[in-house]
Design a protein around this ligand. Structure first.
Ligand SMILES: Cc1cc2nc3c(=O)[nH]c(=O)nc-3n(C[C@H](O)[C@H](O)[C@H](O)COP(=O)(O)OP(=O)(O)OC[C@H]3O[C@@H](n4cnc5c(N)ncnc54)[C@H](O)[C@@H]3O)c2cc1C
Ligand SMILES: *[C@@H]1O[C@H](CO)[C@@H](O)[C@H](O)[C@H]1NC(C)=O
Ligand SMILES: *[C@@H]1O[C@H](CO)[C@@H](O)[C@H](O)[C@H]1NC(C)=O
Length: 542
């Protein structure tokens, strides 16, 4: 697996595309002319739409491309660049872009917020163009009916802000990073700190608009329940271009409680004992309470030059401080939560704090959620696992020792239970419901741009992942689509496309993979909408 295998996948792939690409223009400038002509014609525009089509020679091209790159690993001179970037301003531009890309026989990648951990929205091994949705970012909030329509190119921060502008007691259950895009996030499931009370983002979607492979703009009624099911967690990029979601807003109290508590292996209550108890409490406690647990190897406070593991509990409680202190005093005494550890804030301030726990102290305002300019450009690797049986104290001791040995990579435990246990595993493509205690994220972020550093940290991720095998779900070893991880399998769209798709598909979707394949085969039999981990078409019985 891994490095060598990915290289061989690319090599095979190139052979395949060479023969079929005779008809496809592979240079940026020849494609530009024909694509622009097609798009202008398709959209019946009176002037050429050169303002929304960027060729590589356009001086703005690097900026447009880089604006929504959120992983520095895919921001190098070696990274494959799209032949064109199309930035639709209207729904019918999206329709035209699909029709013209198909006519030109060139692959499209769809980008909304660009947070894909493996860069799948703007990198490809075959010649491709990017349909970049950042201009389609309108949000309409209807507080009377408690619904909102949000376009794919909007960010979570913008959504939270627009809800807060109109109501202080409504919110939406989605991710905690404000720059994440709606298009990728919601079509991949979407979870955040209200998951135990309200489920995933997809559990609160009531309609959607999608442009299909024929260029039709469809809504729930016209796309039908099968396709509407598939795009709520199956990944949008396999089925079409999602233009908007209609979502149900959820009630939030005027004041919520947030807190953060830390322990190490050197504190009186050790991180090990804390995590043993956390596993009993976090997935079973009051569903208004979400306690994320972060585990990180850090320098020792006691032994000079020594290393320890720090466990941090970061929480949101949809209620008051007295109540959560009382609940946890009984259920989670090892946490030792005191009222002084808690802050009662508005829901929107809790969003700011979850993004950056210094934010409120530094006078952070809800307007920060509208900021799209991310100055930091880090290198990221993420992986995921699901835990169904609590890990013993002995197991945790071994894991902590391993983490110290491996180096930098950390783990994030996100508790399930509550609402997550009540929703059937086939209600949406996202299957990881009842029986899962928590989801684990492997997380390593670095700044050193040298290839050696990248190799080293990718290797750390593989080592820890391998070590965790006995402690996590098996047959299949499950994973979360939005924590995109190419190590678990990739597709080269060749002869074995279906078999390859089954490898990663069964991990992301378990028993729902089969239905996703059926929907895919029905709506996009030629596999026009594809990426390295898209849903494959069922092979025809020849
Ligand atoms: C800093 C950070 C924090 C995160 N926090 C969370 C979190 O709290 N909870 C959580 O659940 N996830 C989280 N994620 C993961 C995130 O949900 C996924 O990366 C998600 O897919 C990002 O959506 P995007 O539109 O920003 O990404 P993109 O890179 O634009 O897209 C991701 C995938 O979706 C496809 N896609 C995008 N837009 C469309 C569209 N309009 N139609 C069809 N397909 C489309 C792309 O082709 C690509 O395959 C986080 C990621 C990062 C980098
Ligand atoms: C990408 O590289 C450019 C310089 O080449 C830099 O300005 C930008 O911040 C980088 N973005 C990311 C996400 O690494
Ligand atoms: C830790 O335990 C020691 C010995 O029992 C005690 O003296 C000390 O006050 C404790 N420290 C804290 C922070 O509770």
């Amino acid at each position: 697996m891994g490095k060598t295998c990915l290289v061989c996948v690319c090599a095979v792939f190139f052979l395949l595309t060479l023969s079929s690409s005779l008809a496809a223009p592979s240079s940026s400038s020849s494609l530009y002319d024909s694509f622009l002509r097609c798009l202008t014609q398709q959209t019946k525009s009176s002037t050429p739409l050169s303002n929304i089509v960027f060729a590589q020679i356009n001086p703005s091209f690097p900026t447009v491309l880089q604006n929504y790159i959120r992983n520095a690993r895919y921001n190098t001179s070696q990274t494959q660049k799209p032949l064109l970037i199309v930035t639709p301003l209207q729904e019918f531009h999206v329709q035209g872009a699909v029709i013209c890309a198909k006519a030109a026989n060139v692959q499209i990648k769809i980008r909304s917020g660009g947070h894909d951990f493996e860069g799948l929205s703007y990198v490809s091994v075959e010649p491709f163009i990017v349909v970049d949705m950042f201009n389609l970012r309108a949000i309409t909030v209807d507080t009377t009916n408690q619904v909102a329509v949000v376009q794919a190119g909007a960010t979570l921060g913008e959504l939270y802000y627009r809800i807060w502008e109109k109501s202080k007691v409504l919110g939406f259950p989605a991710g905690v990073c404000p720059t994440v895009g709606i298009g990728g996030h919601i079509s991949g499931g979407g979870y955040g700190n209200m998951l135990r009370k309200y489920g995933l983002s997809v559990d609160n979607v009531i309609d959607a608009q999608i442009v299909d492979v024929k260029g039709n703009l469809l809504n729930r009624k016209s796309m039908g329940e099968d396709l509407f099911w598939a795009i709520r967690g199956g990944g949008g990029g396999s089925f079409g271009v999602i233009v908007s979601f209609t979502i149900k807003l959820v009630p939030v109290p005027a004041a919520v409680t947030i807190f953060r508590v830390e322990k190490t292996l050197e504190t009186n209550v050790t991180a090990t004992d804390l995590v043993v108890q956390w596993q009993q409490v976090a997935p079973t406690t009051d569903e208004r309470l979400f306690m994320r647990l972060l585990l990180q190897p850090v320098s020792s406070d006691v032994v000079k030059g020594g290393r320890t593991v720090r466990a941090t509990v970061v929480a949101l409680f949809l209620g008051g401080a007295d109540e959560v202190v009382s609940i946890l005093g009984k259920e989670f005494p090892l946490l030792g939560l005191k009222k002084e550890d808690c802050s009662e804030v508005s829901w929107i301030d809790s969003v700011l704090w979850w993004d950056d726990d210094e934010s409120l102290k530094n006078g952070g305002k809800p307007e920060t959620l509208l900021n799209r300019n991310v100055n930091s450009a880090s290198f990221l690797k993420r992986k995921s696992d699901y835990v169904q049986n609590a890990i013993s104290k002995q197991g945790l001791t071994l894991i902590f020792k391993k983490m110290i040995e491996v180096g930098k990579i950390g783990l994030v435990f996100n508790p399930y239970g509550g609402k997550m246990g009540e929703i059937p595993s086939d209600a949406t493509p996202f299957p990881h419901r009842k029986g899962n205690l928590f989801k684990m994220q492997y997380s390593v972020t670095w700044k050193d741009p040298s290839p050696g550093a990248t190799l080293n940290f990718l290797n750390e991720a593989k080592m820890l992942y391998s070590y965790m095998t006995p402690f996590v779900s098996k047959n299949p070893r499950s994973a979360y689509l939005n924590y995109r991880d190419l190590d678990i399998g990739v597709n080269d769209f060749g002869k074995n496309s279906f078999a390859e798709g089954q490898v990663y598909g069964s991990k992301y979707f378990n028993g729902n993979f089969d239905r996703l394949v059926n929907v895919k085969t029905k709506v996009d039999p030629q596999n026009f909408f594809r990426n390295e981990q898209s849903i494959p078409v069922r092979p025809s019985k020849a």
